[in-house]
Write a protein that binds this ligand. Structure first.
Ligand SMILES: *[C@@H]1O[C@H](CO)[C@@H](O)[C@H](O)[C@H]1NC(C)=O
Ligand SMILES: *[C@@H]1O[C@H](CO)[C@@H](O)[C@H](O)[C@H]1NC(C)=O
Ligand SMILES: *[C@@H]1O[C@H](CO)[C@@H](O)[C@H](O)[C@H]1NC(C)=O
Length: 401
């Protein structure tokens, strides 16, 4: 697997397995952390008084999306309307209702008006791209002249000329820079490996290294690539700091921690204090009956019930979808005290087993080759609710600035 795969491969490549007992055992200590937390985001209440991330979904048959399959910012594999998934109107009739506060639907005119002459950036993996695609299609309702925008190392984005606003995504799946090192250049590798990926924990990937000062709002994430599917034993990650291999070598999750610490330090140092900074937690997967490469499926017609969630996601159950909560624990711990706001979209998304592209991928052979996509989200769909939440937090954040 090379770092520059053809883009049509990505939708099916972002799948995870945490099958090894090694990882499971290293998380036992984190599980007490979970049980001590009655709500996944209870810590945030202190900051904002209002927790948008805790609540439930209610059916509202009058609800309709703000865009359709003709939006030019779609990615084919997520364009479930175009790919003729049935019941999309049912999927999009669910409304997230936070327990103790009001979540307003984004008004794209008002939002872009408030954002005039400002820019919003996403940095991370394809789940942030999924988020961006939803955001662009929604904002386009207020400015049909929106143009594709791809500068400053961005993977994709749009410029909204009526408001002089740019919203873009910088692809950096590990956040740190990583490069393939073939075996011949590196004597002493273990037998059986074809080389390794060198990860410079203290160097941001080029794609977002030069964006400080351009964006007024940034949404970071990493997580969906930290697994043995992406980086198997034959192609492991090897972590470097200050140009030297870290000794003894770090396992993947310790590597993630070191990368997080270093990238957060970089962000705090290089990005202006008045840049609004968010960190999006993991987007949960919904593979049922097996993992992505074991005919795992997500052909569901309704969201999960609250009392079903633990059986799907609780690490103690050791199911195929446990990694979101496991990684969140690591990420939340590292972010504590940084002032970067948590965007804890995990819990609300855990309910939505009904809203992945599944078999409606726009290519006949896709499922046979890559399995169902129970990882990314149909658009229109769940990320539209992420946009409602993010836009509300951005407007609140601008008020305080
Ligand atoms: C659409 O929804 C109806 C009612 O829930 C269900 O009977 C039907 O199987 C659904 N169709 C698909 C393709 O999921
Ligand atoms: C557009 O916004 C940028 C900031 O992102 C600002 O520097 C520039 O002056 C603005 N252009 C106009 C025409 O207002
Ligand atoms: C997946 O399903 C196909 C077709 O039914 C079957 O041939 C294959 O063995 C299954 N794979 C796994 C891992 O269960």
């Amino acid at each position: 697997m090379s770092p520059k795969l053809p883009s049509y491969l990505f939708p099916w490549l972002i799948f995870l397995t945490f099958s090894s007992l090694y990882f499971f055992s290293s998380f036992l200590s984190l599980q007490s952390f979970f049980s001590s937390c009655s709500s996944p985001t209870s810590r945030l209440i202190a900051i904002s008084n209002c927790n948008l991330f805790s609540g439930h979904w209610v059916s509202d048959p009058d609800r309709t999306p703000l865009y359709d399959q003709t939006c030019p910012f779609h990615r084919n594999a997520w364009n479930c309307l175009r790919n003729e998934r049935q019941n999309m109107s049912v999927i999009n009739s669910w409304k997230w209702v936070p327990r103790n506060c009001q979540l307003n639907r984004i008004d794209p005119f008002r939002f872009l008006g408030r954002m005039r002459n400002r820019n919003i950036g996403f940095v991370g993996d394809s789940l942030n791209e999924n988020f961006l695609a939803s955001f662009l299609c929604i904002l386009r309702a207020a400015d049909e002249g929106a143009k594709k925008w791809k500068k400053k190392g961005s993977w994709r984005g749009a410029y909204f000329p009526k408001f002089n606003v740019t919203v873009a995504y910088h692809r950096a799946v590990l956040l740190s820079r990583y490069q393939w090192q073939p075996k011949q250049e590196n004597a002493g590798m273990q037998d059986g490996s074809e080389g390794f990926y060198r990860v410079d924990v203290d160097v941001p990937a080029d794609d977002w290294a030069k964006i400080a000062g351009f964006y007024d709002v940034l949404v970071f994430n990493t997580g969906h690539w930290w697994n043995n599917d992406k980086f198997p034993k034959e192609k492991p990650l090897v972590f470097y700091q200050a140009g030297q291999p870290i000794v003894p070598p770090l396992g993947m999750l310790d590597g993630l921690k070191v990368v997080l610490v270093n990238m957060i330090t970089y962000i705090q140092k290089e990005f202006p204090g008045n840049t609004l900074k968010f960190w999006r937690l993991q987007s949960p997967r919904h593979f049922y009956g097996g993992d992505w490469n074991q005919n795992g499926s997500c052909l569901f017609n309704r969201p999960l019930e609250e009392n079903e969630l633990d059986s799907w996601f609780e690490p103690r159950n050791n199911g195929v979808n446990k990694e979101a909560r496991l990684l969140n624990a690591v990420i939340q711990e590292t972010l504590q005290g940084t002032g970067i706001q948590l965007l804890d979209l995990t819990h609300l998304s855990e309910f939505r087993s009904d809203a992945h592209p599944a078999i409606w991928l726009g290519r006949k052979d896709a499922v046979a080759i890559w399995g169902q996509d129970c990882m990314h989200w149909c658009l229109p769909g769940v990320p539209d609710t992420w946009v409602d939440i993010l836009s509300q937090l951005i407007l609140d954040g601008l008020k305080e600035n």
